[in-house]
Design a protein around this ligand. Structure first.
Ligand SMILES: [Zn+2]
Length: 287
């Protein structure tokens, strides 16, 4: 009696959750392609927004201000100038008002985030809370990486936004209990290791070290959990060494946020792929 009741209840919730919170990307091939194109466009749009936000945060401007303006002539840009990628190509990389060259940095990040959004969706294979959380995270990581690269500081506002997006998306996860417990364990482990490492390096170098990278890693581990966290830590350490070498060769302050961000994104994407691979394994061997 109890067993039958339990079975029915589980099946009911299982179906309800599967219907409302997860949609296989290629169930209808046309819709799959459409969603991938849409993901690219959204990536480009959000990149355009977040590069501008990072720029304003670094310069201590109000990030909620209206339209941005040309850095050379100061003319406020119209809506037609603000289409990601398209406006840049149509205006041949020049300001419509003064004709000065606009650096291609924003264009490059718009294309990159577009590709990253599309790639994340393809790798993940389903539209669900996890993929939405990853996309939000990618936008915020681009913003804080640019801010850190330009100013040498990881703004707390971005870290707060990451925490808020975790709190909002966590409720939509199918296996919420495992997700939260794993995330907290990973965050605690990495937080302790990085805080000690930062303190030790600070003592050796006899200088005040920033705990920004530690705080960032703690926030990201909540999303990554244990499997993703291990992949991210490995990728992040490799990227950290590369960024340290690059920054030293350019004689500039070392920015670790981009390295940590790239590590986290690698972890998030590969974690999905690994889980998908493991889940599809029985069907692969039986068919
Ligand atoms: Zn101008």
């Amino acid at each position: 009696m109890t067993a039958a009741y339990m079975f029915d209840k589980e099946e009911f919730y299982g179906r309800a959750i599967a219907l409302t919170l997860s949609y296989p990307l290629f169930e209808i091939p046309f819709i799959g392609v459409y969603l991938i194109v849409l993901a690219f466009l959204f990536g480009a749009i959000f990149a355009s927004f977040i590069t501008c936000t990072a720029w304003r945060v670094v310069r201590h401007e109000d990030w909620k201000l209206g339209h941005s303006h040309c850095d050379t002539c100061g003319h406020e840009l119209s809506t037609a100038d603000l289409f990601p990628i398209i406006s840049y190509i149509a205006l041949k990389g020049k300001c419509r008002y003064c004709g000065s060259k606009v650096p291609p940095r924003d264009l490059i990040f718009e294309i990159l985030l577009g590709l990253l959004f599309a790639g994340t969706l393809v790798f993940h294979g389903v539209v669900d809370a996890a993929v939405v959380a990853t996309l939000i995270l990618e936008v915020l990581l681009l913003g804080l990486s640019l801010a850190d690269w330009d100013s040498g500081v990881i703004p707390d506002g971005f870290l707060a936004a990451i925490l808020v997006s975790w709190i909002i998306t966590v409720g939509f996860f199918k296996d919420i209990r495992v997700y939260v417990i794993e995330g907290l364990i990973a965050a605690a482990c990495v937080g302790i290791v990085m805080a000690i490492a930062t303190a030790v390096i600070g003592k050796i170098k006899n200088s005040k070290m920033s705990y920004g990278p530690t705080k960032l890693a703690i926030c990201l581990m909540l999303f990554l959990g244990i499997n993703g966290g291990i992949i991210a830590a490995a990728a992040g350490i490799v990227m950290g060494i590369i960024f340290t070498v690059v920054c030293n060769s350019k004689k500039r302050k070392i920015s670790l946020a981009p390295a940590i961000s790239i590590g986290a994104i690698v972890g998030l994407i590969l974690k999905d792929t690994l889980i998908l691979f493991v889940m599809s394994w029985p069907t692969l061997t039986w068919v």
